[in-house]
Design a binder for this molecule. Structure first.
Ligand SMILES: *[C@@H]1O[C@H](CO)[C@@H](O)[C@H](O)[C@H]1NC(C)=O
Ligand SMILES: *[C@@H]1O[C@H](CO)[C@@H](O)[C@H](O)[C@H]1NC(C)=O
Ligand SMILES: *[C@@H]1O[C@H](CO)[C@@H](O)[C@H](O)[C@H]1NC(C)=O
Ligand SMILES: [Zn+2]
Length: 269
C-alpha cells in the first residue's frame, strides 16, 4: 500500500489503535505507535475485550462468526484458484513492535476465486491462534490483505518446531533483537517469500468466514489457513517467543454457534 494513500487515509480518519489489522483502512498506521488498547492478560485480556469498549467491541462478546477456531482436517481442501504473490524485498521492510505483536510492512497480492486483495502487513502470534483437530502449534503468522472494496482477508500459517527454519522466518527473527519493546521500529534484512508462496501453493488450505482475532473483532473476514505448518527451529522460536510472550485469543465457538461469552452471560443470569 503506497504511503501517500496511507497518509491521505490517515488525515481523513484521524488516529487509531495499535492493532493486528493495522495498516488497513480500518486501522491506518500512525507514525507514532500508540499504546495498545487491549492486551492478553487480566482485565485487558480477551475475556474482557467487550468490557474495554462495549460499543466498539460488541462483536467480541456477541458475534457468532468469530476467530480463531478449531479446524477439522476433514475440511482441508486445495482450490486451485487461490494463490499468493509476494515480491521480494531486497532492501528489507519496515518492522514494528506494536506491543501486542510484531509486524512487517510489505507489498503483495492474494488472489482468491477472482478477487484480488493487497497485502498490508504480516505479524505473529504465540502460541498459534487456530488449532487443527484440537492441536495447537508454537506460533502462527498472519498475512493481512485488503481488497479495493475494503473487505479483509487473512492468510495464516501455523508454525511448528522442527530442525529447519523457513528462510523468511529466519530473516525476520534476525531483526527481532532490534525491536524488543513496544514502539521500537527497525528495517529487516532482505526478505524472500518464495518458500512461503511455494508452501502455500503445495499444501491444502482451510477456508472460512470469521473475524479479526483482536478488538473490535469485526466479522466478514475471509480466512485462508494453510493445513501444513511452516517450520522454525528452537533458536528462532525462542527469539520470537521472548518478544511476543503470550498473544493468542482463545478458541471461539464454531461459525454460526452462540458466542461463548454471550452463552456464559445467559447462564449466569
Ligand atoms: C512496496 O511498493 C511501493 C510502491 O511500489 C514501493 O515504493 C515500496 O518500496 C515497496 N515496499 C517494499 C517493502 O518492497
Ligand atoms: C531433528 O534431528 C534429529 C537428529 O538428526 C532427529 O533425531 C530428530 O527426529 C529431528 N526432529 C525433527 C522434528 O525433525
Ligand atoms: C525500544 O523502546 C524502548 C521503550 O520506548 C526504549 O527505551 C529503547 O531504547 C528502544 N530500543 C531500541 C533498540 O530502539
Ligand atoms: Zn493476527
Amino acid at each position: 500500500m503506497a504511503r501517500k494513500v496511507l497518509l491521505l487515509i490517515l488525515s481523513l480518519t484521524g488516529t487509531c489503535l495499535a492493532h493486528e489489522h493495522h495498516g488497513t483502512t480500518l486501522f491506518p498506521r500512525a507514525d507514532d505507535i500508540p499504546p495498545p488498547a487491549f492486551g492478553y492478560h487480566g482485565i485487558n485480556g480477551p475475556l474482557n475485550w467487550y468490557g474495554l469498549d462495549q460499543e466498539k467491541n460488541e462483536l467480541c462478546a456477541k458475534g457468532t462468526h468469530q476467530s480463531p477456531i478449531d479446524l477439522s482436517s476433514s475440511t482441508c481442501g486445495r482450490p486451485n484458484e487461490v494463490w499468493l504473490n509476494i515480491p521480494p524485498a531486497p532492501h528489507g521492510a519496515e518492522f514494528l513492535n506494536l506491543g501486542t505483536t510484531v509486524e512487517v510492512i510489505t507489498n503483495g497480492t492474494l488472489y482468491n476465486k477472482g478477487k484480488m486483495s493487497n497485502l498490508a502487513q504480516f505479524h505473529f502470534h504465540s502460541p498459534s491462534e487456530h488449532s487443527i483437530d484440537g492441536k495447537y502449534f508454537p506460533m502462527e503468522v498472519h498475512f493481512v490483505f485488503q481488497a479495493d472494496d475494503g473487505s479483509l482477508s487473512v492468510t495464516g500459517f501455523p508454525i511448528n518446531l522442527g530442525n529447519t527454519t523457513d528462510p523468511l522466518l529466519k530473516a525476520v527473527a534476525d531483526s527481532l533483537s532490534e525491536i524488543p519493546s513496544h514502539g521500537n521500529t527497525t528495517t529487516t534484512g532482505p526478505l524472500s517469500f518464495e518458500t512461503v508462496e511455494r508452501h502455500f501453493a503445495g499444501s491444502g488450505i482451510f477456508q472460512y468466514s470469521g473475524s479479526l482475532t483482536t478488538p473490535p473483532c469485526s466479522e466478514g473476514v475471509s480466512w485462508t489457513v494453510s493445513c501444513a505448518p511452516l517450520s522454525a527451529d528452537a533458536e528462532v522460536f525462542n527469539a520470537f517467543h521472548n518478544v511476543l510472550k503470550f498473544n493468542a485469543r482463545y478458541t471461539q465457538n464454531q461459525p454460526g454457534q452462540i458466542n461463548l461469552l454471550q452463552n456464559i452471560a445467559n447462564e449466569l443470569n
